[in-house]
Design a protein around this ligand. Structure first.
Ligand SMILES: Cc1ncc(COP(=O)(O)O)c(C=O)c1O
Length: 527
């Protein structure tokens, strides 16, 4: 296993090591019960002194992620197999993060074990995994997206920021695909253009123009979803020790990607007007940014929308440091009242913003199509990275979504907004009526999620374990932080299931919450 040590970060080395290890365990990359290298071996591997590793192991042990067995060594621990991990808030001077599902769970089958069970038997033949695989070095310090995204077993799914398939134009896109396969089978034999099919790029360019983003014809890259766009930016421009600022909380998939590059992520608090750019400015004085990642509109997970003034100040900041802003924008078309402020990209005249528009999210997630808008050298290097990554997105799929994006997007979006608004209102009504006192949330002005703040005394990890056992999934808020102590939050997406299922599931979840709160006492926690 590779552990990125950043000696210039000012963060104590033992904590860098213990955080990486706890994140690997909470991600399921290191299974509970797996032996950790001895202090001596780990110290050799990381080229640090043994005292540093001893301190790291002691920290892990204190938090419950590690068990020592006399004469045998140190082992990764599961919650409930001894002392449960202790809240990070107990740790002086630390800012680690880990999954809520691991914390404090002490019942028969903690959520972590559900996942561990899913991934523990690696060979269908039943043979145990050979030793060499366990020791094979990898560069994945955390993988919360993998664990929390790809979780399909829940009967009631609130964990994904996704739209119920019944609301998506799957028939139209499917028909376009069938027709293409019948009429132009040669599309399947072609590699196409690395940057994306020119007709799709043109349609996306025209679409973005209606949102105030003016690009030259070549100013776009088609990627396999925004997730790939984030990955391409990170692998092109972010290296070990580079400073990446992002909202705290933020999109867990982006955190995983930047962590994988060894970036030093610094979370910037968010209020109702989005990222606190005033605080960011002060932070940048001390640590100049290499990159700023933001979801300014209906932010994932907390739903805040950055004010126009902050967007302008953020751009100013990027100009003064000569750095990039990644503006990740999957949700701006999903507004329920007045449209959100203009995108940061539409204010950008000097190519500081790499703007990402996910079409996969609102049309057909399985089609994996997004547009990445950038200019000049930045775009060229991203295109080179795209070529190295996959030689271009599948042509057939690009052409299947093209007619919809070119001709029907606006009308569809109008209908989708109204359908989502009424579903969101239904969920808000249930929350208002049944959420126990002390639970707080904002009514989202758009997007797909409610971000619930739970009272301190509710153990999010325990709640998560119970919910999973009852077939209810949600996103534990802890995974949305790059390094800050976890707060008591959970994210629920109101749009992932059909309305009846959403209502049933939400009522069940609220019942669990009420139990965790020590009895039912409804309190309207809408902020
Ligand atoms: C903020 C944000 N960015 C990117 C993604 C990935 O979306 P895509 O399907 O376009 O890869 C998601 C998915 O939930 C998201 O919420």
């Amino acid at each position: 296993m590779h552990i990125e040590i950043n000696r210039g970060s000012g963060r104590p080395l033992p904590l860098q090591i213990s955080d990486t290890l706890s994140q690997r365990i909470s991600s399921g990359l290191l299974q509970p019960g797996e032996q950790l290298p001895s202090v001596r071996k780990m110290a050799e591997m990381l080229e640090v002194c043994q005292v540093t590793v001893s301190k790291a192991y002691a920290d892990l042990e204190r938090r419950g992620w590690l068990i020592r067995r006399q004469g045998l060594g140190c082992f990764a621990a599961a919650p409930g197999s001894g002392a449960g991990p202790k809240p990070l808030a107990d740790r002086q001077g630390t800012t680690g993060s880990h999954a809520a599902g691991k914390r404090g769970a002490s019942e028969e089958q903690p959520a972590a074990a559900v996942y561990a069970g899913k991934h523990a038997t690696r060979f269908a033949s039943g043979r145990t995994e050979p030793e060499w695989q366990k020791d094979y070095e990898d560069y994945l310090p955390r993988a919360q997206l993998w664990r929390n995204f790809n979780f399909s077993e829940a009967e009631y799914s609130f964990h994904l920021a996704a739209i119920d398939s019944g609301m998506l134009p799957l028939k139209e896109i499917g028909a376009a695909m069938t027709s293409l396969v019948a009429k132009r089978p040669e599309l399947m034999s072609a590699y196409g253009n690395f940057q994306g099919d020119p007709s799709l790029r043109e349609a996306v360019r025209r679409h973005l123009r209606t949102r105030g983003i003016v690009l030259p014809p070549e100013g776009l890259l088609i990627t396999s979803g925004t997730q790939q766009g984030i990955d391409l930016v990170a692998r092109t421009f972010v290296g070990p020790g580079d400073t990446v600022y992002l909202e705290a909380p933020s999109y867990t998939g982006a955190i995983d990607v930047f962590a994988g590059r060894g970036a030093d992520m610094i979370g910037v608090p968010v209020d109702k007007d989005g990222m606190r750019v005033d605080l960011l400015t002060k932070l940048c004085d001390r640590r100049p940014p290499k990159l700023i990642y933001t979801v300014p509109t209906f932010q994932n997970p907390c739903g805040a929308t950055m004010s126009l003034e902050r967007r302008q100040r953020l751009l100013e900041l990027a100009r003064s440091y000569g750095c990039l802003i990644v503006e990740d924008d999957p949700f701006s078309d999903l507004y329920f009242g007045s449209p959100p402020p203009p995108s940061i990209k539409s204010l950008d005249t000097e190519g500081h913003v790499v703007y990402m528009k996910s079409f996969s999210k609102v049309l057909a997630p399985g089609c994996r199509v997004a547009g990445v808008a950038a200019e000049g050298d930045i775009l060229e290097r991203l295109t080179a990275a795209k070529a190295a990554s996959d030689l271009g997105s599948p042509l057939l799929i690009q052409l299947a979504v093209l007619p919809f994006i070119a001709d029907r997007y606006e009308a569809y979006m109008k209908g989708l907004r109204s359908a989502l608004k009424s579903r969101m209102a239904r969920a808000a009504a249930l929350l208002k009526r049944h959420a126990p006192k002390g639970v707080r949330w904002n009514i989202p002005g758009g997007g797909l999620n409610f971000w619930l703040e739970l009272p301190d005394y509710i153990d999010t990890g325990e709640l998560y374990s119970r919910a999973i056992r009852q077939g209810i999934s949600f996103l534990p808020g802890n995974v949305c932080y790059s390094g800050e102590p976890p707060a008591h939050h959970i994210r629920i997406c109101y749009a992932q299931m059909d309305e009846a299922k959403m209502e049933q599931g939400l009522l069940k979840l609220l019942l669990l919450l009420a139990e965790a709160a020590g009895g039912f006492k409804a309190g309207d926690g809408a902020k």
